[in-house]
Design a protein around this ligand. Structure first.
Ligand SMILES: Nc1nc2c(ncn2[C@@H]2O[C@H](COP(=O)(O)OP(=O)(O)OP(=O)(O)O)[C@@H](O)[C@H]2O)c(=O)[nH]1
Length: 457
């Protein structure tokens, strides 16, 4: 009886800890801790939508330190955009902030998958080997090490960014091991985590920036941690689909023409074998899978930089000049050139063109959180306090077995998809250059690391 009570208490403690660590307030408090502790802040951007991953409020917060903290951009996931597009973005972004091109290694997760698949198909093995490579780490480490020269203590480098941009993957790539938890679930990192790269550099992983609820539906679909359900999920996918070419979506998902987003999700669910009781298409599941493709490691899409460059309103001329002077421009350019040369890219024809909604507003202060969110989190907090009369030992026990996040990753990884040949009649390919051939790989197994629908060159 006593044991049963203890186990109930432990369960309760575990779920209380989980909900408080998941709270938006906790996320941005931890994020602020990382920024305060950092000498250099790296804002991580998904190369598929660099502007959409920039947060003016966070950049302003770093710049308020009057030069004590340095700000740099990391353009991650460069393996998912065409080479020409990457080059344009680097030219554009490097006009205002030092920007390093990066492709994270996903090697640790892939090792077992790699062995399994090698026995199946040699071609797949090659793709996975490529996914395990990291590009850009030499350039980044060189720039950081220049900063640590002459310093008595190791410099602290904070990584910040919206969910799933690859903050933890970058740290793992620099450390060459799985030091931080990584995966397609958004908002996986809950608290600050310190990883020593060497004697001179400490990296600080942070929970994601919380997108302000006032952002557009498109931004919230891609940059928030909110779980989507029902109408909400259809609206989110609708917002994304409206910002891409329908023909390219049909081509990528090997799908016939669809009348609306609900029909798209129904077709996607059926194609992926996602059925509910009674054979109904699981459109919510299909929506979650679609979003995870778009924010995770799979789909190749790209946005174009604005035609003319203008300093964004949240940065002053002095901010930009100071930021660019703080790093060795020559090393940065040479490093990026070598990264661009070594990495492999999807061909422009197999990458979906996406219209970026622009900067994403983030929450950095209590008062930025809408009252209903704060109220809800306060109610949960006070309930926790009332019932939370555990001993210190019980608390520690709860902490030690806290977190099992692999379940969600497995759910997504286990989605075995059979990609059928494109029905050329249904796919109107007029937007593609005449004669363009898109190599659609009929691979049955899809893992988190590579999209075999993409034609890598
Ligand atoms: N293709 C590709 N996928 C990447 C790259 N970097 C990260 N990913 C994938 O993107 C997903 C998110 O990576 P994480 O490192 O967990 O991202 P995060 O920013 O720490 O995420 P949060 O904890 O949600 O804030 C994972 O599925 C990674 O495998 C990359 O360079 N290329």
């Amino acid at each position: 009886m006593r044991d049963e009570k203890k186990s109930k208490k432990k369960q309760k403690l575990k779920s209380n800890q989980e909900s408080s660590k998941n709270s938006k307030k906790h996320f941005y408090q931890e994020l602020r801790k990382v920024i305060e502790a950092s000498d250099i802040v790296l804002e991580v951007l998904d190369a598929r939508d660099p502007l959409g991953c920039r947060c003016p409020q966070i950049e302003q917060l770093v710049n308020q330190s009057n030069g004590k903290k340095k700000l740099m951009l990391i353009l991650n996931k460069i393996d998912l955009v065409p080479k020409e597009n990457l080059e344009k973005w680097l030219t554009y972004l490097n006009k205002e902030l030092p920007t390093v091109a990066f492709k994270s290694s996903m090697q640790l997760k892939d090792k077992t998958v790699q062995q399994k698949k090698h026995t199946k198909r040699h071609g797949v093995y090659t793709e996975l080997t490529r996914s395990s490579l990291c590009f850009g780490s030499e350039c980044l480490l060189k720039l950081l090490q220049e900063h640590s020269t002459g310093k008595e203590k190791a410099i602290q480098v904070g990584l910040v960014g919206f969910p799933n941009v690859g903050k933890s993957s970058i740290i793992n790539s620099l450390k060459e091991m799985r030091a931080c938890n990584v995966g397609p679930e958004r908002g996986l990192t809950k608290s600050m985590q310190i990883v020593h790269i060497d004697k001179t550099i400490k990296m600080l992983d942070s929970p994601c920036i919380i997108a302000a609820p006032s952002n557009s539906a498109l931004i919230l679909a891609l940059r928030s941690t909110t779980d989507f359900d029902g109408e909400n999920s259809v609206n989110s996918i609708d917002a994304i689909l409206k910002h891409c070419s329908k023909q390219q979506i049909m081509l990528h998902y090997n799908m016939p023409d669809y009348r609306n987003t609900l029909e798209f999700l129904t077709l996607l669910a059926r194609k992926r074998g996602m059925l509910k009781k009674g054979g109904l298409a699981d459109t919510e599941g299909a929506a979650a899978l679609f979003i995870s493709d778009w924010t995770g490691a799979r789909v190749s899409y790209h946005s174009r930089p604005p035609a003319t460059w203008n300093l964004p309103p949240h940065l002053s001329d002095q901010d930009a000049v100071a930021a660019l002077q703080q790093f060795n421009t020559q090393d940065l350019e040479e490093g990026n050139r070598s990264t661009i040369k070594d990495n492999k890219y999807p061909s422009p024809a197999s990458s979906i063109l996406f219209q970026s909604p622009g900067f994403t507003d983030g929450i950095t202060e209590d008062q930025d959180l809408p009252e209903e969110v704060l109220e809800q989190e306060n109610i949960e907090g006070s309930e926790d306090e009332e019932e939370d009369n555990f001993t210190e030992d019980e608390r520690n026990e709860g902490e030690s077995d806290f977190e099992d996040m692999e379940a969600e990753n497995d759910r997504i990884k286990n989605d075995k998809t059979t990609i059928e040949k494109l029905d050329a009649k249904n796919a109107n390919m007029e937007i593609l250059p005449t004669g363009t051939q898109v190599d659609i790989d009929k691979t049955a197994d899809m893992d988190d690391a590579y999209d075999f629908n993409t034609d890598y060159i």
